[in-house]
Design a binder for this molecule. Structure first.
Ligand code: NAP
Length: 296
């Protein structure tokens, strides 16, 4: 523990936590985490490292070699890093993805807190999920994490939509493996098939974008080519938090839908991660102010 508010608080003893992925320059996690360490007097520092798929093995080795306390893992590494870890939490094993690594003396354990963060953000927005149909666009790391947590938390049905590319069969195999471990129906449909898209949209109570389409650089795009079948009763969520209101959310709001941005998820996924790394409960008020500037 250190005194809060010191101006040169980083010393030779400061523990380092990394953010691994690409791109990472948009991430607000460093500002949020460092604000909380400072406010709580914890001797940690959080730094973003731009690491692509081609360097995932080196990045995992670097966490061990340089003695980082741990890391957040973001796209495109959430699955790719699995073979380089020593152990997985039960939820990470089900989601087959990690967003948090904890380094205990060179042993790397992967955890997934994205799904928990998303479900907490839904609850904060006053969205009831029990028994509802959730349609998730994108069966990548975050999409599967949300599907797993929603299923564990009592959602009625999950439909994942993914484009039919080289990853599709892998996603189908993953969904089949999941079926033995959760109580609700989970299926995978083809995002490139207009009929499959329309069927999913018509029955969606909660629609979630779990693709990067709509982030800075693709602000005017949506992974769903059209929203004609979307009902105004559907709650539309985007896991993207920069920009705060994506093209999808703007279009959904225009159709009268309630919308939920990825900002709440970003806050709440950090809570269990913070505890795993530091052993302390995160000061949510400080984290919220760092992320949202006191606007929420
Ligand atoms: P990921 O593992 O790389 O998965 C990306 C998913 O998007 C895959 O299903 C991929 O399908 C799909 N996709 C990519 N490009 C596409 C395109 N042009 N058209 C249709 N589908 C496309 O990434 P991730 O970690 O799950 O992250 C997904 C998004 O969630 C990112 O925007 C990330 O920033 C956001 N996120 C937000 C939070 C938060 O705290 N708010 C937390 C986690 C993630 P293929 O595999 O077929 O390419």
């Amino acid at each position: 523990m250190r005194a809060a508010g010191t101006t040169s608080r980083i010393t030779a003893k400061t523990r380092v936590i990394g953010l691994l992925g690409s791109p990472v320059s948009h991430s607000r996690s460093p500002v949020m985490q460092n604000s909380v360490y400072e406010a709580m007097g914890l001797d940690f520092v959080y730094v973003a490292f731009d690491v692509g798929l081609d360097r995932v093995a080196e990045a995992a080795r670097a966490v061990r070699t340089l003695g980082l306390r741990g890391a957040n893992v973001t796209m495109p590494l959430k699955r790719a890093i699995l073979p380089h870890l020593d152990a997985l939490s039960p939820a990470a094993r089900l989601a087959e993805a990690v967003n948090v690594i904890v380094n205990d003396g060179g042993t790397l354990t992967g955890h997934i807190t994205d799904g928990e963060g998303f479900m907490l953000s839904l609850a904060e927005a006053g969205v009831a999920h029990e028994g509802r149909h959730m349609v998730i666009v994108g069966a990548g790391g975050a999409g599967m994490a949300v599907a797993v947590q929603a299923a564990l938390d009592g959602i009625g049905k999950v439909t994942l939509l993914n484009r039919r590319d080289a990853f599709f069969d892998e996603a189908r195999a993953h969904v089949d493996r999941l079926k033995g471990h959760v109580d609700c129906p989970v299926d995978l449909a083809d995002l490139d098939d207009p009929e499959a898209r329309a069927t999913a949209l018509r029955s969606a109570d909660i629609l979630v974008n779990a693709t990067p389409i709509g982030m800075e650089g693709s602000e005017d795009e949506m992974a769903l080519p059209d929203l004609a079948a979307l009902r105004p009763e559907t709650v539309v969520c985007d896991l993207i938090y920069v920009p705060k209101e994506t093209h999808l959310l703007k279009e959904a709001a225009r159709r009268g839908c309630k919308t939920v941005s990825g900002l709440g998820m970003q806050l709440y996924q950090a809570v269990p991660a913070f505890k795993l790394w530091t052993g302390h409960d995160m000061d949510i008020g400080v984290a919220r102010r760092a992320l949202f500037g006191g606007a929420r």
